[in-house]
Design a protein around this ligand. Structure first.
Ligand code: UDP
Length: 235
């Protein structure tokens, strides 16, 4: 395996499957099978989960809600997703821990870096919920932050497109996919990989990002074993 310890970022929307809202249990169980394959080979897996399938603070603010209040709701949404994911992973036979950036001690451990790393060494999948614990941030920023903290080798951003393109492939038929691209070129070309805060944090810490299609069975294994699918962003 090319990567020993990975941080997988899954958006909340990824959990919807073909639904318009909420969580699709079948989608979750497909993800769980893919994750099991790589943990069976000894890859240490940490996951940051989004909440956009349930609530986004920005959407609340646009509808007149206090932004911070909305962001708190968004962070709690990621905890709901984290619990659902934890359940699916355990059903598939993995040992897991859910750690949250906002304390909810009855349902999950608080985020403690040393504990998280110890769980990973013991082969437990660690899910990080609650984003960074701060309003005005995103779970992409949480993914980069946690990846750096736990010394992950790479961030794997599982999306429904298979990489980074010259233009949006869902809108432009002439869009061409990059196999590799540097952080500088992403910025120069104005491409969107993550929000600016998350992207800069990754660049400054020389943490590579691989964007790939997580919905295609077996792709996670391919990425982790070093196959050149998706797009790799590095320095
Ligand atoms: N959020 C936040 N701080 C964080 C991470 C998330 O306030 O550190 C809130 C924010 O309202 C965001 C929501 O949680 O809209 C869901 O996270 P995100 O939009 O990143 O989820 P994704 O797009 O990955 O599903």
């Amino acid at each position: 395996m090319k990567y020993k310890r990975i941080l997988l970022k899954l958006s909340g929307e990824a959990l919807m499957g073909s639904r318009q809202y909420g969580i699709d249990p079948e989608r979750l169980s497909e993800y769980a099978k893919d994750i099991k394959e790589i943990t069976d080979l000894g890859v240490e897996v940490a996951i940051v989960i989004g909440g956009g399938n349930i609530f986004r603070g920005v959407a609340g603010a646009m509808a007149g809600m206090d932004r911070v209040q909305g962001d708190h709701m968004g962070m709690l949404a990621t905890v709901i997703n984290g619990l659902a994911l934890q359940n699916a992973l355990e059903d598939a036979g993995m040992k897991t821990r859910l750690q949250t950036a906002i304390k909810i001690n009855e349902v999950a451990e608080p985020f403690i870096r040393r504990k998280a790393m110890s769980h990973l060494r013991k082969g437990r999948v660690v899910i990080f919920g609650g984003g960074t614990g701060n309003p005005y941030f995103t779970t992409d920023s949480a993914a980069v932050l946690r990846a750096i903290e736990i010394e992950a080798d790479v961030i794997l951003k599982g999306t429904r497109v298979d990489g980074i393109y010259t233009a949006d492939p869902e809108k432009d038929v002439n869009a061409v996919k990059f196999d590799h691209i540097t952080f500088d070129d992403v910025l120069k070309k104005g491409l969107k990989v993550m929000d600016t805060t998350a992207f800069t944090l990754s660049q400054e810490n020389k943490l590579p990002i691989i964007v790939f299609d997580m919905n295609k069975k077996g792709n996670l294994m391919k990425v982790v074993s070093g196959e050149n699918i998706g797009t790799k962003v590095n320095i």
